[in-house]
Design a protein around this ligand. Structure first.
Ligand SMILES: Nc1nc2c(ncn2[C@@H]2O[C@H](COP(=O)(O)OP(=O)(O)O)[C@@H](O)[C@H]2O)c(=O)[nH]1
Ligand SMILES: [Mg+2]
Length: 267
């Protein structure tokens, strides 16, 4: 997995708050692939290294899952509904949050954790909505892990009975494997990415609970078969909740917001 895609959190993730330079947390106890185990890789034969890599991966995911379950227990005890938003870079996760959050103001308080390799750009965009937000920069890491969320949540004051939106690093592969303790995973794809994506990245669609097809305003301009895409997604995971919308124009938001509101009122 991440060991083979070049992801390594040897630098460690850093959590920051836009507009507050004194706020700076190093996530020391990250559980991402490779930590402490990478230096002697070339001393192993290829076959050996492969076996070792599998062990390291299992160990990393096992540790991640333990922390994820602690996060989940905390969220459940405090009636915090945590959603993990996943997609390729540029599918529209931040734009979706910018459009969704104001519509939920009357339903419950919302907090956001933004994940990206570098920059606080997305956290700044969310901060403009006047909701609490922290940015996690993963450096070379290609996904958020449960420890990063644990550290960020400890540094926030998330009210009971609220919604926590977590925007993951843009990547359809590794983030699918890292449970953060969320209630639901929401995968976003856009009509410019091709209707075969659910078949090419089945793990992501299999692990997700909700699929949002975004940028439907562009359908007249791109060759994209909505029903084929939906069928492909359902082939991988027939439990997927499916929404078609445009985060730019707001079309299709009624059913997304109604569904989300029903999830929140049941929390
Ligand atoms: N046409 C169109 N563009 C969109 C839509 N949603 C997002 N975008 C654009 O896609 C680009 C990436 O959006 P962003 O929200 O930053 O994607 P992220 O990387 O997934 O967070 C930006 O230029 C957005 O304005 C949409 O529904 N329609
Ligand atoms: Mg974004």
């Amino acid at each position: 997995m991440c060991d083979s895609c070049g992801c390594s959190s040897e630098n460690g993730a850093v959590i920051s708050k836009p507009g507050d330079d004194s706020f700076h947390i190093h996530v020391d106890d990250g559980v991402s692939a490779g930590r402490g185990d990478r230096h002697d890789h070339h001393h192993h034969s290829h076959a050996h290294e492969h076996g070792r890599r599998v062990d390291v991966e299992q160990d990393v995911l096992f540790k991640n899952n333990l922390i994820a379950e602690r996060n989940r227990g905390y969220f459940e005890a405090r009636d915090i509904v945590a959603l993990n938003f996943l997609s390729s870079p540029g599918s529209g996760k931040t734009t979706l949050l910018e459009k969704t959050i104001p519509l939920l103001r009357s339903v419950c308080p919302v907090s956001v954790i933004e994940g990206d390799q570098q920059t606080t750009n997305d956290a700044r965009r969310i901060q403009a909505l006047d909701v609490p937000v922290l940015q996690v920069n993963t450096g070379t890491g290609c996904h958020l892990d449960a420890q990063m969320i644990n550290s960020a949540v400890r540094a926030m004051d998330i009210p009971s009975g609220s919604l926590l939106c977590i925007e993951n690093v843009g990547n359809l592969v590794c983030p699918a494997m890292f449970d953060l303790g969320e209630a639901l995973k929401v995968v976003v794809i856009s009509v410019t990415e091709g209707d075969d994506k659910p078949l090419k990245y089945p793990t992501m669609f299999h692990e997700s609970d909700v699929c949002i097809l975004n940028k439907t305003d562009l359908l007249p301009y791109v060759p994209f078969d909505v029903s084929a895409c939906r069928e492909n997604a359902m082939k991988v995971n027939h439990h997927l909740e499916w929404f078609e919308l445009s985060a730019s124009t707001g079309e299709g938001f009624d059913s997304w917001i109604a569904w989300l509101t029903s999830k929140l009122s049941r929390a």
